[in-house]
Write a protein that binds this ligand. Sequence first.
Ligand code: NAD
Length: 247
Amino acid sequence: AQDFGGLKALVTGGASGIGRATAELLAARGARVAVLDLNPEAVKDGDKPLLAYRADVTDDASVREAVAAAVADLGGLDVLVNNAGIGAQGTVEDNDDDEWHRVLDVNVVGMVRTARAALPHLRASDHAAIVNTCSIAATAGLPQRALYSATKGAVYSLTLAMAADHIREGIRVNCVNPGTADTPWVGRLLDAADDPAAERAALEARQPTGRLVSADEVAGAIAYLASPLSGATSGTALAVDGGMQGL
Ligand code: NAD
């Protein structure tokens, strides 16, 4: 199916995990796709025809330059997938002010910078959509995730506010809320445990489905919210959590 035939998409954090799966899915469905990442070389190893640009979402000039280059090469912009993000563990006593500023800067202000650079181009599209990668952490009250949860709570509120601000310009804004997804990020967390296999088994046992969400499953939800198939949907959060929030 060519649901994205002719559409032009930008995916931040698209060199790994959920972003990479999303970029590949959109390309397979007919989109022209540009990836913005700290690590664009990783994309060149793949066999899909993805464009890749170096950008650090904490650096406004770097974001503006990379978005401008990507939009010029794509020939316009219809879809922004705001996905770059990093993790943080602990309670409010475990992370100091510098760590709070660092993670908020990537996970929240990074999405704002990218949206700011992309919006003038999205206004020119007939099928404009922004999809932010949020998390069940936004609303689930997870232990040992105070800082990370606060960043994703902000992404959720930002999604609702942006949806209200931009729907009359024809730009839809939604987010996906993944549960624990099997990406290199989660792999790194498991590898840091004393017994990675036991840790993975315990994590899987906590999932209603007995397994982690796949990056492709999150990509599928992002693709739906990015495509004209969801043309009347804005300001929603789509859970991709294997039923976790339904418990
Ligand atoms: P990942 O680490 O596999 O990929 C993240 C990508 O973002 C990497 O390619 C990295 O280089 C890039 N990135 C990080 N900081 C950046 C910066 N400053 N500028 C540009 N690029 C940067 O992680 P993932 O698991 O695929 O996570 C992607 C998104 O999904 C994140 O926003 C994360 O919060 C969210 N999420 C992940 C899970 C999960 O369980 N994996 C669950 C819920 C939400």
